[in-house]
Design a protein around this ligand. Structure first.
Ligand code: PGA
Length: 253
């Protein structure tokens, strides 16, 4: 059955020393306090990955992720980082299509499909993000927007490939705003996304894929969100920068 996952996306925050302190605190507190089998994924900026991986060592259920990658294998692509490089640094998961990449850096569906494929071909697991903007929700286009992102980003994959993908539903209006989708809104969209996968592949495949919610997840709303049948955890931004808050979120399963 699918896994419960708490992933902390640090975004472009914290210098190396602060990142090492945060990672150590989360790893130690998780070992001491978390008895369930949820997977924890720490997703620091690229330059901190090696250090965070060293700290994670063989910690039970703690994995390291990257926030982005190139869809190219190697070569003259100044400033880019390949899946193979991330793999060699100990990364297990790579976030693809975060709304900040889509919006600020203009990453389109075709590029994101190509990145997803590159991650899988490199033997790592994509955390594929989708989510509508406020105007789409207000215009009641939110199902259509998420459907298009999922179809264009993921439906070129084989069944074996999509089984390795984690999906993160992150309504853009809830990211970094303090406004969280209600647990009903999250459940409704997660069930819809799972239904799309069941239609395209089959029910067993859909039931095996973890779908995370992201957007102002906090210790005081995580439990209610994670209790929803189709919400398998969270992709957490701001609250993952405070070890106590993030560990309380991890303990919310
Ligand atoms: P937030 O960010 O928790 O700060 O809203 C979530 C995300 O962007 O993944």
């Amino acid at each position: 059955m699918r896994k419960n996952i708490a992933a902390g996306n640090w975004k472009m925050n914290l210098d190396l020393d602060a990142g090492k302190i945060l990672a150590s605190e989360v790893i130690n507190m998780t070992a001491d306090e978390v008895s369930n089998d949820a997977e924890v994924i720490l997703i620091p900026p690229f330059v901190h990955i090696t250090s965070v991986k060293q700290l994670a060592g063989s910690a039970k259920n703690v994995f390291v992720g990257a926030q982005n990658c190139s869809d190219k294998a190697s070569g003259a692509f100044t400033g880019e980082i390949s899946v193979e490089m991330l793999k060699s640094a100990g990364v297990d998961y790579i976030v693809v299509g975060h709304s900040e990449r889509r919006e600020i850096y203009g990453e389109d569906d075709a590029l994101l499909a190509s990145k997803t494929k590159a991650v899988l071909e490199g033997g790592l697991k994509p955390i594929f993000c989708c989510g509508e903007k406020l105007e789409s929700r207000e215009a009641e286009q939110h199902f259509a927007v998420n459907k298009e992102q999922i179809e264009k980003g993921l439906f070129g994959l084989s069944k074996e490939e999509i089984l390795k993908v984690v999906i993160a539903y992150e309504p853009v209006w809830a990211i970094g705003t303090g406004v969280t989708a209600s647990s009903d809104q999250a459940q409704e969209m997660h069930a819809y996304i799972r239904g799309l996968i069941a239609e395209q592949y089959d029910q067993e495949t859909a039931d095996s894929i973890s779908i995370l919610y992201g957007g102002s997840v906090k210790p005081d709303n995580a439990q209610e969100l994670f209790a929803q049948p189709d919400v398998d955890g969270g992709l957490v931004g701001g609250a993952s920068l405070k070890s106590r808050d993030f560990v309380d979120i991890i303990k919310s399963f």
